[in-house]
Write a protein that binds this ligand. Structure first.
Ligand SMILES: [Zn+2]
Length: 67
């Protein structure tokens, strides 16, 4: 039996939790990730071209504040 992770990543995507490098924006909320903030690194293996790497807040995106 193969264990399936609680949150299955998108098909063909490799995802794991790591620290965000400086200057990265969260792909979900588009807010900048703090240096060394825990983030989910998602690598989409595209059929053409190089894999697309994105980062998202690992502990949930901060609530957006209007304005
Ligand atoms: Zn976010």
């Amino acid at each position: 039996m193969v264990r399936v992770s609680e949150e299955a990543p998108e098909r063909g995507a490799l995802e794991y939790v790591t620290y965000a490098p400086a200057g990265q924006d969260c792909a979900a909320c588009l807010r900048p990730l703090e240096p060394l903030e825990v983030a989910r690194r998602i690598v989409l293996d595209r059929t053409s071209g190089s894999p697309l790497t994105t980062y998202r807040h690992a502990n949930g995106c901060p609530r957006s504040v209007a304005g």
